[in-house]
Design a protein. Structure first.
Length: 372
């Protein structure tokens, strides 16, 4: 992780007057704290080393050896993402150990949709005043996410920007690069009518829809430190901060077994918009919203907060974090591989011809789950 360094500026009105000394620290940027953070996170990065990278921080840039990682004729795949206003919840309860996992998950799950293996990850951490302990906790989550995804944490940027952010505020974004052998890229072009859609269970909101959730929390006068209405054994903050699931290892196992035609990461835009993105023209996804049990947070949002089912399906993952489209003859094997890798798998729909003017994805039956 790099840290910006600035020189001390001296200013003198006249030779007879005392010299006024201006420092970067006096302006709100503590480069010593930045250096301390880099020192503190170097051991975390080393825990993410993998074939192709030793995951050593401190240089101006980093390298990755694709041949050492076992690739022969790879295509590189890149993505970037953030955690959104979920960070406001983390700040409200001063809990910073999960959002690092979120930022990795949001990136590497997107790489997976092309059948790409995540290789390395870089983070961007910006704050009004650098709290070394809190920042180290965030980055420990990033390292945990990288280990789970099998990618190396090879660098990033720490930016202390007083005036841009409040003293207790920070923003977090990530950048990931993966690779897939030429000819093995998932594009969705092979999806056909009759294909089956499998849903891999989410564990809650993941990292989308928090602007709406935060609005509801404020309007209902709830406290993040109070009991969660949908999970009474947890505080509301704890329940909402459950980190985004990482589907890389299970998903790659199914892809490499040749049992997957397309993958859709269910993020912003929910089930409706994200499944639509991987379908060829002329095809439609029909989703049975009553075919899986939603996490309790979605029942609460839909029932107690009176959010329309179609609004739910375009805003939240509704309990499905990754959609897997597979040929009818491959369904059983795909389910077996994914289940063996630890996923809860549901048959949630199928692909049909799309009539002219019809939506590319339709979700029905959610109401039965919200009220059941």
């Amino acid at each position: 992780m790099s840290v910006h360094w600035r020189a001390v500026t001296l200013y003198s009105k006249t030779s007879e007057e005392a010299i006024s000394t201006y420092t970067y620290k006096g302006a709100g940027v503590d480069v010593d704290a930045g250096a301390a953070l880099v020192k503190a996170i170097k051991p975390l990065a080393r825990t993410t080393a993998r074939a192709g990278s030793e995951a050593v921080l401190g240089g101006f840039s980093a390298m990755f050896d694709l041949a050492a990682a076992g690739f022969r004729d790879p295509i590189l795949v890149a993505t970037t993402d953030g955690v959104g206003t979920k960070l406001k919840v983390a700040a409200a309860v001063a809990r910073h150990d999960t959002v690092g996992i979120d930022v990795v998950a949001m990136c590497v799950n997107d790489l997976l949709t092309h059948g790409a293996e995540p290789l390395f990850f870089l983070d961007y951490f910006a704050t009004g005043k650098l709290d070394v302990s809190a920042a180290r906790t965030v980055i420990s989550g990033i390292a945990a996410g990288c280990r789970e995804a099998g990618c190396a944490l090879i660098g990033g940027e720490t930016a202390e920007m007083p005036g841009m952010y409040g003293a207790d505020e920070y923003d977090l974004a990530g950048f990931a690069v993966g690779a897939v052998e030429r000819g093995q890229i998932l594009t969705g072009e092979s999806v056909a009518a009759g294909d089956v859609i499998l849903g891999l269970a989410s564990n809650g909101l993941h990292s989308n829809g928090f602007s709406l959730v935060r609005r509801i929390v404020a309007d209902k006068g709830l406290s993040y430190s109070g009991r969660a209405p949908f999970a009474p054994r947890q505080t509301l903050g704890e329940a909402l901060l459950r980190p985004t699931r990482i589907y890389v290892k299970s998903g790659l196992a199914a892809v490499r077994a040749g049992r997957v035609r397309a993958l859709a990461h269910i993020t912003g835009g929910g089930l409706i918009d994200n499944i639509s993105r991987v379908l060829p023209d002329g095809l439609k996804a029909e989703i049975d919203g009553a075919s899986w049990p939603p996490p309790p947070v979605f029942r609460w949002l839909a029932a107690a907060c009176r959010i329309d089912s179609q609004e739910m399906a375009r805003t939240f993952n509704c309990g499905i974090g990754m959609a897997v489209i597979t040929a009818p003859d491959d369904v059983a094997e795909a389910e077996s591989i994914l289940t063996a890798a630890g996923e809860k798998v549901h048959r949630i729909g199928h692909i049909v011809p799309r009539p002219e003017g019809a939506p590319a994805c339709e979700v029905n039956g959610l109401e039965a789950r919200w009220c059941g």
